[in-house]
Design a protein around this ligand. Sequence first.
Ligand SMILES: Cc1cc2nc3c(=O)[nH]c(=O)nc-3n(C[C@H](O)[C@H](O)[C@H](O)COP(=O)(O)OP(=O)(O)OC[C@H]3O[C@@H](n4cnc5c(N)ncnc54)[C@H](O)[C@@H]3O)c2cc1C
Length: 600
Amino acid sequence: MNVLRPRVLRLYRPPPPFIGHVRHFATARPSTKSMNSSRFAIATAITLGSGYLIFSSARNPALSEQQQPPLSAFTTSTPTSTLAELDDMGNRIAVRSKSTYDLWLSLGIYKVCASSWIVNLAPHLISAAEKMGLSTPVYWGIKNSFFAYFCGGETADECIPVMEKLTRSGIGSILDLSIEADIDHAGDRQEYAESAEHVTQLTLKSVGAAAQENGMAAIKVTAFSSPMTLLSLNKWFEHAREEFASHMDQDGRINRKTLLDITLKLSMGKSQVDLMPEQVTDVDWIDYMRLVSPQNPKAEPVMLDAGVSNEDLADFKHCIERLERVCDLAKTKHVKIMVDAEQSYFQRTIDHIAMLLQAKYNHRANDDDTSMPVVLNTYQMYTKEAQSKLAIDVELARREGFVFGAKLVRGAYMVSERKRAAELGIPSPICDTLQDTHNSYNGGVVFLLNKIHQHAIDTNQPTSLSSSPIVFMVASHNRDSVKLTIKEMDRNGVLPRTGVVTFGQLYGMQDQISYCLGKNGYSIYKYLPYGQIQEVIPYLLRRAQENSAIFGGGAVTMERKLMWDEAKTRLWGQPTPEVITTPATDGAAAAPNTSSDGVY
Ligand SMILES: Cc1cc2nc3c(=O)[nH]c(=O)nc-3n(C[C@H](O)[C@H](O)[C@H](O)COP(=O)(O)OP(=O)(O)OC[C@H]3O[C@@H](n4cnc5c(N)ncnc54)[C@H](O)[C@@H]3O)c2cc1C
């Protein structure tokens, strides 16, 4: 184990100002561009799949699903052997775990997703079929193809068999209620409140189901509140951030007088409030954010003068109450809650809420408490400010004495964020190049692991779930990032099975990496979306659309090749001798998707 000097990330370097009005919320109905594919997929997958299933099972019954050996018996693996397995382009560990039907279904889905014209036509076909009253057969087709491939079921309970199957391969699940919110009819707070209450009930069930299989549950804060409230508070946080950035001294602090001036500016000249506690002379960014937070009653008049309404403040309280109900249950049942990251015009509010929840739920009861953290927030490392944000929140957790929980992702809203920034004439919040994003992501992994290691040195304790001040998930399909994490875990003395560092991939994506990690004893989870078929269709359309570029990339070509080889083996009973070329880097091999947001 090497002793690394922790790489210090600069605390608070304010990113370029980023304010603006949101032109529209997420689209909720199937965008017309991608619907054609499902029909083709259904026809292809079902016709060929069932034929193949019958044919190959009859020929090679020994390879049917029930007779597969379980993969959960961990081998005596080492980081080196795991890395070698990840690099082994003939490694069929994931495809072998599939039933012949699933194998054929996967091949059909991959084929369809690689054809952008089919994907683009799919939404038109679905909406046409819906208008013609053909929803039932179309939904049936989708349910048995794309839905079966990318989702766990229609309810949390329906996901349990899928979770059990994953568990047998050493893979955990993160239940993800995938209802795309329809937020077109802005203004109706009552409707949002009812919908948020409904989502809360469903999420409580999700936590209950996750507990049965040692899983986690993902939440989207936007489903727990009215979007107007999240937007309004986001603007408040953004203004507050800008004011701090333009007034702080060279040590990144502001004094009482400056804070008084800031309150005057924030309230548009209407109120000057002394927010600073008596005994304090100046504050840094972290303490400042506490003072201007909606949790500080003294800040309320300033917020009201700044344009945050009483309804917003009331909604915000209700949103926190709903989320606390979820976290209370999660804590009791030892289920972790992943707070997903969303669009930048909501994200500051989401971050604020996630940190409030962490401060409440991530305190260890005693030195043996391995149930922490309950709440993990998501960091979109494709943003220019991601690394400083990560460093600030780690420091906040240290000061407050709670366990810092994070999920690192690259980010899924690149195209819409850039488009919006261009429309508003503001700098894009996203890294200028893909390489910058890779550097930011990998830098975040190294930063957190160095912090964990430093804590182990300072306390003279080995890193474990009951001692580490930081627990995080590497949520990525990027093989290079996964490999880097394995190496850095080793260098920083973080053992695979401790659960201090976990890995995450989406269900139906990069199974080869997931199964390889699971087999080698790493903590690996699959995001398992679920929901009623008609509610999940927009998600599936996005997945098919957004994946079409990725499905043409090297990593996926490799998976398809492995599946095809496995299919041939089951069919003819002999392995194929062909060798697959390793893609240079997964991120580079897959053409960046320039037409729509990411795969999430
Ligand atoms: C378990 C899990 C949970 C997730 N949760 C969330 C979430 O809560 N919120 C969220 O936003 N996303 C989430 N995602 C999606 C994630 O953000 C990515 O969109 C997705 O995983 C692809 O990134 P990757 O790390 O797998 O890397 P790769 O497979 O290497 O893909 C890299 C991709 O990054 C994109 N990209 C990013 N920055 C740039 C740039 N500057 N220039 C060009 N291209 C760029 C490109 O489209 C490229 O294809 C999640 C993903 C997983 C696996």
